[in-house]
Design a protein around this ligand. Structure first.
Ligand code: PNW
Length: 467
């Protein structure tokens, strides 16, 4: 058929992880149960004008109560891996001190259920829900937050190490730092460019300290990478591309994998590095077993004024996340876009994977998020999301091409398992393989989910020797 594309016949290595991802605040709900404390997202969603429609995630998709049903859905899809995050304020309501056993118990129940269904739990320690008490003490611009994180990581690791093989630290430090503290699009919604850079460093430090604290069987860091193109070959556009690639990609990759910050990016940022203490970069460069890469899109940028200040319009009144490069504009690269306004470019995924494999010391990779929001229509119990299916298909083909090119890519996680709370967009954007009715909480597998299940089934048919 017309929709049938390359990846449906492609075979992946027998050990390839077939996953889907979520995060705690986006799916759990139950914000006042079993001793959970307040996070910066609870506060942010209560602040008028911050989230579209005033949406919050007090209930979200009620995963905290429905996790057994949700694991059954994963089993129906044939997933071999599930990436979720732990809510820090469930474990430490005030971000430090005593650990809340009831909070840890939830993740024990969840991981037991996953393992009983043959699904490998991939645990993310931090997906943006900082305990409010730590924000009140200064948040990520405060160095102490990194040490608090390492304590929390050790506790979660010690409690769950027999349930979980792969622990990852900070989801997308770029977003946590620059959307949280420079543009203000995300919690805590501060617009303090110089503090955003401090936050970025402390998030990296938190990653390194946690890696050291955990002694996990497998530990990873997570970055969100973009392909970046200059609009033209003009000097100004080339410089714009260097800057955006620098802050989005190299700042984090160089830190985690090479133990340094790129000189040109430090110069662009225009802030001193007084907050980088002796030995920090070695901590940040602590060996990891896997790098988790989230990929969504390509940026096309220009050094000439007149374009948009970021790749897609934010839903709320925000500043620029591009500290020191606020003059760069994001222009139309001429590709079709998703409901987020993000351009669809599977070639960018191949480019990003090849680049990491070529320019950095060897480390196994997984795509830990990839997916798209579209304006789904639920009709007679079906969602014919051919657009999402085509998106996933094209990006899986890029993964296959990367493996063929020698990139050590070991798995793929679709974002997201289910429709959920999409941050500043509230419930207005649907990324799920599974449709969720936000009133009744009914789950319905979209066509893309049925297609993904077929891909997985097709690939799991072969013998372990057949990779
Ligand atoms: C990622 N940006 O967020 C997150 O890890 C998910 O929690 C989220 O739901 C998903 O992608 C879809 O948005 C991002 O503006 C949010 O560059 C914003 C940006 C990038 C990633």
């Amino acid at each position: 058929t017309q929709q049938e594309q390359a990846s449906s016949h492609l075979r992946f290595p027998a050990t390839f992880a077939w996953g889907a991802a979520t995060s705690a605040y986006q799916v759990e709900g139950a914000v006042n149960e079993d001793g959970r404390g307040t996070s910066i997202w609870d506060t942010f969603t209560r602040t008028p004008g911050r989230v579209l429609g005033g949406d919050h995630a007090d209930v979200a998709i009620d995963h905290y109560h429905r996790f057994r049903d949700d694991v059954a859905v994963m089993a129906e899809l044939g997933l071999t891996a599930y990436r979720f995050s732990v809510s820090w304020p469930r474990i430490q309501p005030d971000g430090s001190g005593t650990f809340n056993l009831k909070g840890l118990d939830f993740y024990k129940r969840l991981t037991d259920e996953l393992r009983a269904n043959g699904i490998d739990p991939w645990l993310t320690l931090y997906h943006w829900d900082l305990p409010q008490a730590l924000e009140d003490a200064g948040g990520w611009p405060n160095r102490d937050t990194a040490y608090r994180f390492a304590d929390y990581a050790r506790c979660v690791h010690d409690a769950l190490k027999d349930h979980v093989h792969t622990f990852s630290t900070v989801n997308e430090p770029w977003c946590a730092a620059f959307l949280g503290y420079a543009s203000g699009e995300h919690a805590p919604g501060r617009r303090e460019p110089a503090n955003a850079v401090r936050a970025a460093h402390h998030l990296n430090l938190a990653h390194g300290l946690a890696v050291q604290a955990m002694d996990a069987r497998r530990v990873g860091g997570c970055v969100n990478l973009y392909a970046v193109s200059p609009e033209t070959r003009s000097e100004a556009d080339l410089d714009a591309a260097r800057r955006i690639d620098g802050l989005q990609n190299r700042f984090f990759l160089d830190a985690l994998l090479l133990g340094r910050y790129p000189d040109d990016v430090i110069e662009d940022l225009g802030v001193g590095l007084d907050f980088v203490a002796d030995g920090d970069m070695a901590v940040i460069n602590a060996p990891i077993d896997v790098l988790l890469v989230n990929y969504y899109s390509r940026f096309t940028v220009s050094g000439a004024p007149g374009g948009k200040a970021s790749a897609a319009a934010a839903p709320t009144d925000t500043g620029s996340p591009w500290v020191g490069s606020e003059h760069v504009s994001f222009v139309n690269g001429g590709r079709p876009v998703t409901a987020m306004g993000w351009e669809i470019d599977q070639d960018g995924l191949l480019e990003v994977l090849n680049r990491v494999a070529r320019d950095y010391p060897a480390v196994p990779l997984v795509i830990s998020e990839n997916g798209a929001a579209f304006d789904d229509v639920l009709e007679q119990g079906r969602v014919h999301d051919t657009d999402r299916r085509a998106y996933l298909d094209a990006h899986l083909s890029a993964c296959r091409a990367a493996i063929e090119a020698g990139v050590p890519l070991e798995g793929y996680f679709a974002w997201s398992l289910m429709d959920n709370f999409e941050w500043a967009w509230g419930y207005g954007k649907r990324f799920g393989l599974v449709h969720v009715d936000f009133e009744t909480q009914r789950r319905v597998l979209k066509d893309s989910a049925l297609w993904y299940a077929e891909i997985i089934r097709h690939n799991r048919r072969h013998e372990p020797t057949d990779s």
